[in-house]
Design a protein around this ligand. Sequence first.
Ligand SMILES: Cc1cc2nc3c(=O)[nH]c(=O)nc-3n(C[C@H](O)[C@H](O)[C@H](O)COP(=O)(O)OP(=O)(O)OC[C@H]3O[C@@H](n4cnc5c(N)ncnc54)[C@H](O)[C@@H]3O)c2cc1C
Length: 310
Amino acid sequence: MSLWQHYHLPRSVDEALSILSGYNGKAQVVGGGTDLLLELQQGRRPPVAALVDVTRIPEMNRLEERDGRVYLGAAITHTAIVAEPMLTRHATCLVESCGVIGGPQVRNVATIGGNVAHALPAGDGTISLVALEAEAEIASRTPNSNDQTPKRDWRPMLSLYSGPGKSAVDHHRELIVQFRFPTASAGEASAFKRIMRPQGVALPILNLAVWMKLSDGIVDEIRIALGPAGSTPLRATKAETYLTGIPLVDGVIPQAADLVLREAKLRTSPHRATAEYRAELIPVLFERAVKLARHRAATGDVVPEGLGLA
Ligand SMILES: Cc1cc2nc3c(=O)[nH]c(=O)nc-3n(C[C@H](O)[C@H](O)[C@H](O)COP(=O)(O)OP(=O)(O)OC[C@H]3O[C@@H](n4cnc5c(N)ncnc54)[C@H](O)[C@@H]3O)c2cc1C
């Protein structure tokens, strides 16, 4: 049995929504296909009537800096993100996370929208977008309504998840069109770190992204995101509150790491690591990411680290 009957390549968001609505829930959006095609092939999803490929939609491939924000199309690949100097400056953690996803073959086709829509609590690009406090623009049509005008709304990253692998975006009727997040001003920087099994390809044992705003060594604002540390990506808000308003000296990092650890709901996974091992890793990754982000915020030096070979 074929895994899909029809393959569509719409050229606009409206056209994609119109095709999806014509199949009435029996068609599915596809980006690079690196998750979805495997799931179809391995029988983890039933065959679909049609795949609606969004990678040729110009609006979803657009990257721009406008009015103090970066707008990042959801069909942009991880390779394209890594190659973009504007993102290195404003979203260093995102470049670092997209640069270690899979291998070059995966990064060349896999999209940032697919990474978020797949809804894993430790998607690498996802964790960085959470630390950047990104929002996603969702396009949809109201089902069973005479009003077929496409609707658009901006939703915060964490509202896109309803459980492990469960997206709150309906991939049969809705599209993630693009993401937006604030540009980085002086004193603001981010960093991403992860631990992966040496032979691992799909998801990390643990990943963590930190964004911060520093003034004279004092933390004005900080955001800490990590996974897998619960059923959805986690913002470690207690550690954020603890660090806000105090000097970011080395001595406070272990206390903050302890708060991150207390908020994380760690579990043992048969393929990756035990909960105990993950608990050991949190302080290590946290310290590395915080110190790197602090250095970047203080110096403006944002050379990404740890990118995979192109
Ligand atoms: C060998 C290998 C290694 C990998 N390594 C990593 C890794 O290190 N880190 C990591 O995080 N991930 C990894 N992945 C997972 C995967 O490659 C990424 O999550 C990738 O970003 C998915 O993007 P995609 O465009 O291929 O998604 P697709 O497979 O096309 O789609 C994934 C899901 O999202 C939906 N979707 C896609 N785009 C949209 C959109 N714009 N709007 C609404 N719904 C949409 C689809 O319907 C589908 O349900 C790996 C996968 C493989 C096969």
